[in-house]
Design a protein around this ligand. Structure first.
Ligand SMILES: NC(=O)C1=CN([C@@H]2O[C@H](COP(=O)(O)OP(=O)(O)OC[C@H]3O[C@@H](n4cnc5c(N)ncnc54)[C@H](O)[C@@H]3O)[C@@H](O)[C@H]2O)C=CC1
Length: 429
């Protein structure tokens, strides 16, 4: 299936047109109470998660516990609820955000039956946090607004489920994949090559998309689900993910449960259930504009899929791949990218090391020391008339985003991926 077909099948614009509408009186109440809900957004959603998990502990099998602790998830939900309610008269304004959430829901197998549970607990949390300020009329209006929002998601996600299931090689729910090969890519990143246990065809994907893996970890009460970007090009008989081992940071951030387990326990021959590829951050292959890929650390995973695909499909699209790492010890796929650059005159590779090692300095195996900067970018690229894609740790992404804006790259040429939250880069504290 081509890029365009996948996008068209998933397009849900007509879904928005058929959405339920809100009674005008209730709409007025929503508009009037939006500021209060926004002010208490995170408080409400934090309370909501506690309340919901108490009543439905089985949902702990779906939600990422680390994101609850870091506050990512409550913030993402608060932003989503506020954004959806603020645009309830016309969802077309926030379509990209809704689509991103829908893709994530599809990947996590969030189903229509989950919506009433979320609704009941969200309204309960609004009531309990706002106290007397939440009159029965206000709660009634928010209940209806939630109904409208849930309706959009359910319809959109139904379409996404159908597409994932009916496309060639596609499937519903989880399918067992066998770890065919485990390859160390750097001191902290290891790749897993996954082949379907049934030996049948696998669904294609667009570079930039991800899969969800489901792991039952001994000693852990609940199942753990994680999304990992596919790090190789589509059109092969395997999926590849490349996972960074998240070691503990200071006293507050523990080691990543799933990434540590994958690195230390999962071996070649083991089976991992995964859902079909999903995600709205992907490479536009229908253009020949110069392509600039910029990654920091483990943010290189979707970029590797984009790079490998473009090299495979186009011999004349200019590709500039900029990767920032701490030093060569932590630089995954270094040899692979060097080989591509040496073998293809349209591939140009740039390396930034924050703290090059003594060996790196001796070998001069990098182009810039320190951090990515606009000045350096302007000196390194022949043009800003290009499509830019980037991914990396948040501070890195903020620097890149700001640099591109300052340079005057139009918004529609700037594409980025957050692992884990739905906000806009400018809004992240
Ligand atoms: N899209 C996302 O949301 C992503 C999130 N992450 C998260 O970030 C964490 C760190 O990722 P690592 O791969 O360990 O990254 P890292 O610590 O190895 O850093 C990667 C690169 O980013 C640069 N960088 C860091 N702070 C910067 C700043 N303020 N300005 C400019 N450049 C900066 C570093 O110099 C380095 O070259 C991960 O634990 C992961 O959870 C990582 C990649 C993608």
């Amino acid at each position: 299936m081509s890029n365009t077909q996948i996008k068209e099948k998933n397009s849900w614009q007509e879904v928005v047109k058929t959405v339920k509408t809100l009674d005008p009186n209730k709409l007025e109440i929503i508009k009037a109470t939006l500021p209060i809900v926004k002010d208490h957004g995170e408080q409400i959603t934090k309370h909501f998660y506690k309340r919901m998990f108490k009543q439905h502990p089985e949902l702990l099998n779906i939600f990422n516990q680390t994101h609850q602790i870091t506050g990512h998830q409550p913030k993402a939900l608060a932003d989503a609820v506020y954004g959806a309610a603020a645009n309830i008269e016309d969802f077309s304004q926030i379509m990209p955000v809704l689509e991103r959430i829908g893709e994530k829901h599809r990947s996590l197998q969030i189903k229509p039956e989950h919506y009433p549970i979320v609704g009941e607990n969200l309204l309960g949390a609004i009531k309990e946090v706002l106290g007397d300020a939440a009159t029965p009329e206000i709660i009634d209006a928010w209940a209806d607004a939630y109904g409208v929002i849930a309706d959009v998601f359910i319809r959109m996600e139904n379409k996404m489920y159908k597409t994932a299931e009916t496309m060639p090689g596609g499937w519903a729910g989880y399918r067992n994949f066998v770890v065919e090969k485990k390859v160390k890519e750097s001191d902290v990143i290891t790749s897993f090559y996954l082949k379907p246990q049934d030996g049948k065809e696998i669904a294609s994907y667009i570079p930039g998309q991800y899969i969800t893996v489901k792991l039952e970890i001994p000693g852990e009460q609940y199942t753990h689900l994680r999304q990992y970007s596919l790090s190789d090009r589509p059109g092969q008989n395997y999926y590849r993910i490349s996972v960074k081992r998240e070691d503990p940071k200071g006293d507050n951030i523990p080691a990543g449960i799933v990434s540590t387990y994958l690195h230390t326990h999962v071996k070649e021959g083991d089976t991992i259930p995964i859902t079909a590829p999903a995600g709205d951050f992907y490479l536009d292959l229908d253009t020949n504009l110069p392509l600039v890929l910029i990654s920091g650390g483990v943010g290189l995973t979707p970029m590797m899929a984009m790079l490998n695909t473009t090299v495979n499909e186009s011999s004349n699209r200019e590709i500039y791949y900029i990767h920032a790492a701490i030093n060569s010890q932590l630089h995954a796929f270094r040899a692979h990218v060097n080989d591509l650059a040496a073998g293809h005159k349209n591939v140009h590779s740039f390396v930034i090391y924050e703290k090059p090692s003594e060996d790196d300095k001796e070998m001069k195996n990098y182009d810039k020391e320190g951090f990515f900067s606009l000045e350096w970018l302007q000196q390194s690229l022949p043009t800003k008339d290009a499509d830019f894609y980037f991914c990396g740790p948040e501070p890195f992404m903020k620097v890149v985003n700001k640099a591109l804006k300052q340079w005057g790259v139009p918004e529609e040429r700037i594409h980025y991926e957050f692992f884990g939250s739905f906000g806009k880069l400018e809004e992240i504290e």
